[in-house]
Design a protein around this ligand. Sequence first.
Ligand SMILES: [Zn+2]
Length: 242
Amino acid sequence: MIVLEELLSSVETHPITAIINTALCVGAGGSSGSLADKSIVRNAEGNLLIPASQVKGRLRHECEKIVRGLHWPVCQSPKPETMCPQRAGLEYNFDREEYRVSYGEQPSYHCLICKIFGNPVLPSRGLFDDLVCSEDPDNLPEVLRPGVTLNRRRHTAEDKKLYFLETSPANAKLKFEGNIHILPSWTPNHPDYAKAVIWAGLRGIHALGGSKSAGLGWLDWQLPEILVAEDVWEFLAQGGLQ
Ligand SMILES: [Zn+2]
């Protein structure tokens, strides 16, 4: 019990809010499997929600871009073979002191991104809640957008291939809220860059869902202010050094 209490007291929790500016694709009905873009679903109470996995996946991708841009070698997610610690076919030198993690039977090397988001060997330091829409579902009219499946060869609409996309109401500025929980650093001998990179990564996500070209899922973030110490920026700037 004492161990659990110690663990909980060392977890940092921060509320994050996504404000959706356009209608969101909630899920697809009908026969076409390719439309089953489950970027938005409902919980048992009927509230719309953005699954944590969706946010975490996009955030990892954004953070990878930022850290690579600072010249740190980053492995290639999401395939385990090309992620740390395997990194099949990747040429950069990952055996650097900043990547050394003492976890498991012997120390191993994990890039800055894996040290935040984890990999098949190393648990994630970032735990994400689903982002739940605070609006009472009874106040949200259901909006169905009809569509038809086109036959590409014949350029005609196929019979009985009408489908409906359920979306949230357009321009309702719906708020989706949840928490990010950040566990202690794997390498406490270095400045903890995780929050700085996560916040920058979140600001790089301007849309969620697979249908942004159809005008679905554009968003703004409301994030708590964080203070990033000078030594964190200095650390992050050293990516090109070996
Ligand atoms: Zn990695």
